[in-house]
Design a protein around this ligand. Structure first.
Ligand SMILES: *[C@@H]1O[C@H](CO)[C@@H](O)[C@H](O)[C@H]1NC(C)=O
Ligand SMILES: *[C@@H]1O[C@H](CO)[C@@H](O)[C@H](O)[C@H]1NC(C)=O
Ligand SMILES: *[C@@H]1O[C@H](CO)[C@@H](O)[C@H](O)[C@H]1NC(C)=O
Ligand SMILES: *[C@@H]1O[C@H](CO)[C@@H](O)[C@H](O)[C@H]1NC(C)=O
Ligand SMILES: *[C@@H]1O[C@H](CO)[C@@H](O)[C@H](O)[C@H]1NC(C)=O
Ligand SMILES: *[C@@H]1O[C@H](CO)[C@@H](O)[C@H](O)[C@H]1NC(C)=O
Ligand SMILES: *[C@@H]1O[C@H](CO)[C@@H](O)[C@H](O)[C@H]1NC(C)=O
Ligand SMILES: *[C@@H]1O[C@H](CO)[C@@H](O)[C@H](O)[C@H]1NC(C)=O
Ligand SMILES: *[C@@H]1O[C@H](CO)[C@@H](O)[C@H](O)[C@H]1NC(C)=O
Ligand SMILES: *[C@@H]1O[C@H](CO)[C@@H](O)[C@H](O)[C@H]1NC(C)=O
Ligand SMILES: *[C@@H]1O[C@H](CO)[C@@H](O)[C@H](O)[C@H]1NC(C)=O
Ligand SMILES: *[C@@H]1O[C@H](CO)[C@@H](O)[C@H](O)[C@H]1NC(C)=O
Length: 426
C-alpha cells in the first residue's frame, strides 16, 4: 500500500500585511511540493473568523480570530485523479483550518472546509463556558474552475455556519498544478468581475446566486446504490513515516427520513486524523458531505497488549450549505481487536451499529492503527467470518469421529470388565 506522498519540502511564508492596527492580518502562503520537488498546490490568502461563543455567565459573545504568526501546514496533500488535494494549516493555540479540492478532467473545485477552533485559547475566548476544540464542517461555495487556471478573488467572501463566519479575501489558489508552474491564466471570482455584471448591488447579487444553489438536486434522497462500495486505501503519517494504514470499502445505512445506503467513494475521500501512543484516530472526509471517524485504543489491561476499535462517529452534512443533518457517535465498541504489532483483517461484510438510525458496513477491511513498520501492514489477524469453513468442517467431523471411536472403546472396556467380574462372582 502506497502511503500519501506528502511532500517534505513544504514552504510556508508569512507576510505581515496592512499597517493599520485594527485590521491587521496575515497573509498565508502555502507552496506544497510533490516528490520531485515541483509545486503541486499553491495558495496565498487572507482569512479571519467571527465566532459566537457562550460565556461563563451564559450569554453569547462574538470573538474575532485572526491568523497569528507561527502557522504550520502539516497534512497538506498534492492530490491527483484518485485522491483529493488537501490544503491544511494550523495556527495559534490549537486552531486549524483545511479545505480539500477534487478534480475532473476539465475542472477543479473546493469541496469541504473543516475548521477547528479551540476555546481554551484564553486570548480569544477569555470567558468561554465550554473549553476545548470545536470542529465545524462547511461545504465550500466555490464554483468549478478550469484546470491549470489559477483562481483569484480579491473581493471578500463569507461563509456562515454553526456560529462561525469565515471571511476570506485576496485569495490566490491553484491545486493540481502542472509542471510545477503556477498558471498565468486567471479565473476570477464573480465579485471581482467588472461592474457590468449584476453582482455589485447586494440585493441583486442575492437574487442571482439563489437560483444556482437551488438548481442542484436535493441531497438527502439519493438513489440507493445496491452494489458494494469501492475499496479505498488510506494512511496517516507522523512526520515522514506512515503510522496508520487502512484499506476498506465503506457503506452507510441511514434510516433517518427515507432509509438509504450511501457508498463512500474512495476517489474523493481524504484521510486525516492522528496517531498516538494509546489512541489513534482516522477521520475520513468523502468530499461530499459524509465524515466518518474511527478511534482505536490499546487495551493495556490484557497481559499481551492488544488494540481494538472503540469509537465510530459519523457526521452527515447538507450538500448545499454544509449544515449538519445528523451526528452519530458510539464509543462503546470493542471490535476489530488484534495483538499490537499486527494488523486486523476482515474481508467479509461487517456491520457497526452506531445508533438506531445509522449503520456502517465495512468490506475488504484491513487496518493497522499502531506500530506500522516500513509503510507496510504487519501480519494480519483475520476475523472469524473470514475463517475458512472448508477448513473448519473437516476438523469438526474429525473431532466427532474421534470422540465416537473413544466412546466405543470405553464402552468396550467397561463391557469387558463387567463380564470379567461377572465370571469371577460365579
Ligand atoms: C490499495 O492497495 C492495494 C495493495 O496494498 C492495491 O492492490 C490496490 O490497487 C490499492 N487500491 C487503490 C484504489 O489504490
Ligand atoms: C495519487 O496519489 C496517491 C498518494 O499520493 C498515490 O498513492 C496514487 O498512486 C496516485 N494515483 C495516481 C493515479 O497517480
Ligand atoms: C527542493 O528545492 C529547494 C529549493 O528550491 C531545495 O532547497 C531543496 O533541497 C530541494 N529538495 C529536494 C529533495 O530536492
Ligand atoms: C468567567 O471567566 C472569567 C475569566 O476566566 C472570570 O474572571 C470570571 O470570574 C468568570 N465568571 C464566572 C461567573 O464564573
Ligand atoms: C451556537 O449558538 C447557539 C445559540 O445561538 C447555541 O445554542 C449553540 O450551542 C452554539 N454552538 C456552539 C458550538 O457554540
Ligand atoms: C490585497 O492584495 C492587493 C495586492 O496583492 C493589495 O494591494 C491589497 O492591499 C490587499 N488587500 C488587503 C485588504 O490586504
Ligand atoms: C507540461 O509539460 C508538458 C510536456 O512538457 C506539456 O505538454 C504541457 O502542455 C505542460 N502543461 C502546462 C500546463 O504547462
Ligand atoms: C455526492 O452525493 C450525492 C448524493 O449522495 C450523489 O448523488 C453524488 O453523485 C455525489 N457526488 C460525488 C462526486 O460523489
Ligand atoms: C439498514 O438499517 C435498517 C434499520 O436498522 C435495517 O432494517 C436494514 O436491514 C438495513 N439495511 C441493510 C442493507 O443493512
Ligand atoms: C469524531 O469524534 C472525534 C473525537 O471526539 C472528533 O475529533 C471528530 O471530529 C469527530 N468526527 C466526526 C466525523 O464527527
Ligand atoms: C482488554 O483485555 C482484557 C484481558 O484480555 C479483557 O478482559 C477485556 O475485555 C479487554 N477490554 C476490551 C474493551 O476489549
Ligand atoms: C441548509 O439547508 C437546509 C435545507 O435545504 C435548511 O433546512 C437549513 O436550515 C440550512 N442551514 C443553513 C445553516 O443555512
Amino acid at each position: 500500500m502506497e502511503p500519501r506522498r506528502s511532500s517534505p519540502p513544504l514552504l510556508l511564508l508569512l507576510l505581515l500585511l496592512g499597517a493599520s492596527g485594527f485590521f491587521q492580518s496575515y497573509a498565508v502562503e502555502v507552496d506544497v511540493k510533490d516528490a520531485s520537488n515541483a509545486t503541486c498546490l499553491y495558495a496565498k490568502w487572507m482569512m479571519r473568523f467571527l465566532i459566537k461563543y457562550e460565556t461563563n455567565s451564559s450569554d453569547y459573545k462574538n470573538a474575532t480570530l485572526n491568523l497569528s504568526s507561527g502557522v504550520t501546514h502539516n497534512g497538506s496533500v498534492c492530490g491527483n485523479d484518485t485522491q483529493a488535494a488537501l490544503l491544511a494549516v494550523q495556527f495559534g493555540e490549537g486552531h486549524s483550518w483545511s479545505i480539500n479540492f477534487t478534480k475532473t478532467n476539465e475542472t477543479y473545485q473546493g469541496e469541504f472546509i473543516t475548521f477547528t477552533y479551540n476555546t481554551n485559547d484564553t486570548a480569544v475566548f477569555p470567558d468561554a463556558k465550554r473549553k476545548g476544540p470545536i470542529t465545524i464542517f462547511v461545504k465550500d461555495t466555490m464554483h468549478p474552475v478550469q484546470l491549470n487556471n489559477v483562481f483569484v478573488c480579491h473581493n471578500t467572501d463569507f461563509l456562515e455556519a454553526e456560529n462561525v463566519t469565515q471571511i476570506f479575501w485576496n485569495v490566490t489558489v491553484q491545486p493540481f498544478v502542472q509542471n510545477g508552474t503556477i498558471s498565468k491564466k486567471e479565473s476570477r471570482c464573480r465579485a471581482d468581475m467588472p461592474t457590468s455584471a449584476p453582482t455589485v448591488p447586494p440585493t441583486i447579487a442575492n437574487v442571482t446566486t439563489a437560483p444556482t444553489t437551488t438548481l442542484s438536486p436535493a441531497p438527502t434522497t439519493a438513489p440507493k446504490p445496491v452494489e458494494n462500495p469501492d475499496t479505498g486505501n488510506y494512511s496517516l503519517k507522523s512526520g515522514n513515516t506512515t503510522c496508520l494504514l487502512a484499506t476498506v470499502g465503506l457503506q452507510l445505512n441511514v434510516s433517518q427520513d427515507k432509509p438509504h445506503l450511501i457508498n463512500v467513494n474512495p476517489k474523493t475521500t481524504t484521510a486525516d486524523g492522528a496517531c498516538g501512543n494509546t489512541t489513534a484516530t482516522l477521520k475520513l472526509n468523502d468530499g461530499n458531505s459524509t465524515l466518518i471517524g474511527f478511534t482505536f485504543v490499546k487495551n493495556t489491561s490484557a497481559s499481551v497488549q492488544k488494540f481494538y476499535l472503540k469509537e465510530v462517529n459519523v457526521t452527515l452534512l447538507n450538500h448545499l450549505n454544509g449544515s449538519v443533518i445528523s451526528n452519530a457517535d458510539n464509543s462503546n465498541f470493542s471490535e476489530w481487536d488484534a495483538f499490537l504489532g499486527s494488523s486486523y483483517m476482515c474481508r467479509k461484510e461487517q456491520t457497526l451499529k452506531i445508533n438506531e438510525d445509522l449503520q456502517v458496513h465495512t468490506f475488504n477491511l484491513w487496518i493497522q492503527p499502531f506500530l506500522v513498520k516500513a509503510n507496510k501492514f504487519s501480519t494480519a489477524e483475520e476475523c472469524f467470518a473470514d475463517s475458512d469453513l472448508n477448513f473448519l468442517i473437516p476438523i469438526a467431523v474429525g473431532m466427532a469421529l474421534g470422540f465416537l471411536i473413544i466412546l466405543v472403546f470405553i464402552s468396550y472396556v467397561i463391557g469387558r470388565r463387567k463380564s470379567r467380574t461377572g465370571y469371577q462372582s460365579v
